[in-house]
Write a protein that binds this ligand. Structure first.
Ligand code: BTN
Length: 328
């Protein structure tokens, strides 16, 4: 009920009388008053004026279960939300929830992670109150070797959500870092559990960290890291961007699931690829080499043209790709 009132007030922007809210949801005036009181306590700015009703003046940057639910416009992605003010890692939580049987699309969100995890065993700085940390649980019905492509599906969805919600052009550093003005503002960590008996995917979790309203970065990260606020100049609603990512991801996942490859979204991905037609260094354990990145193929591999004209298909699991002169 609180989520419905929240959604009504946010979407209206005008005064809505207590009577209208009562009639719409079939509840008493006291119930409405109580729900509004709770919303105010959670940090929402709501004006209450006699003979006019209630109006939301500024939803601040509240992040909690109701706020997320009230913004979700999806069928399954993010429809079941687990929110924590503080946790170790949303990826770890998501894996536990998945093992316990939560439905496809369940979303785990935290305001603060004490043990945020990055790729290649690195940690992910996760201070409270300013950024976005979430993980979605998926139960795909395809072969395990296809799962790594879901990371690229998420990367594309995050760039679309940022452009849509913030009006900023975000780019992808293959395979799944999101950059704005060459600064990394988002990282994605995908993990999978396979059934030992059947070799089928039991679940996949995709964890996303978006630097949203952070303005100060540790000295060693300043060169490379940014946020939507530092690069776009505008404070962003964290619940809003999460809901938008869910919307874009749900749409892209369904397109992906049709073919079980990236053929229908390769063009959009390549258009967002910051490395495209740039010189890259491929850190292949079998031997480093340089070449020009030409875009991805339908399997999500990066096509790198070497000096002799030969095209190498670079698989993300094995190698890492760097720009010759900077991080991108
Ligand atoms: C990277 O190294 O670029 C990937 C970073 C992924 C961070 C996110 S934050 C939410 C989720 N929970 C984690 O512990 N990690 C991912």
């Amino acid at each position: 009920m609180k989520a419905e009132i929240l959604s009504l007030l946010r979407n209206s922007g005008e005064y809505i009388s207590g009577q209208e809210i009562c009639e719409r949801f079939g509840v008493s005036r006291t119930a409405v008053w109580k729900a509004v009181k709770q919303l105010k306590e959670e940090g929402y700015q709501i004006d209450a004026v006699q003979n006019k009703g209630y109006r939301m003046t500024d939803s601040s940057d509240v992040l909690n279960e109701e706020e997320l639910k009230s913004r979700m416009k999806t069928k399954w992605a993010g429809q079941n939300v687990k929110y924590f003010d503080r946790t170790g890692s949303t990826n770890i939580d998501a894996k536990k929830f998945a093992a316990a049987g939560v439905p496809h699309g369940t979303l785990v969100v935290a305001d603060n992670q004490e043990n945020g995890r990055g790729r290649r065993g690195r940690s992910w700085q996760s201070p409270a109150g300013s950024n976005v940390y979430f993980t979605i649980v998926l139960r795909p019905v395809f072969e395990p070797d296809k799962a790594s492509m879901l990371t690229l599906v998420m990367a594309l969805s995050v760039t679309e959500a940022i452009e849509n919600d913030c009006g900023i052009r975000a780019e992808i550093k293959w395979p799944n870092d999101i950059v704005i003005n060459k600064k990394k503002i988002c990282g994605i960590l995908t993990e999978m559990e396979i059934s030992l008996e059947s070799n089928d995917i039991q679940f996949v979790v995709i964890g996303v960290g978006i630097n949203t309203n952070q303005t100060e970065f540790p000295e060693e990260m300043k060169e490379m890291a940014g946020s939507l606020l530092s690069e776009g100049g505008k404070k962003i609603s964290r619940a809003g961007i999460i809901a938008k990512v869910m919307e874009c991801f749900e749409k892209n996942y369904e397109v992906f699931a049709e073919k079980k490859d990236l053929s229908l979204m390769m063009e959009a991905y390549n258009a967002a690829l910051v490395n495209k037609d740039r010189q890259v260094r491929v850190l292949d354990p079998k031997g480093e080499y340089t070449g020009t990145a030409k875009g991805i193929n339908e399997k999500g591999e990066l096509l790198v043209q070497k000096k002799d004209g030969k095209i190498e298909e670079v698989y993300a699991g094995e190698v890492s790709v760097r720009g010759l002169y900077s991080y991108v």
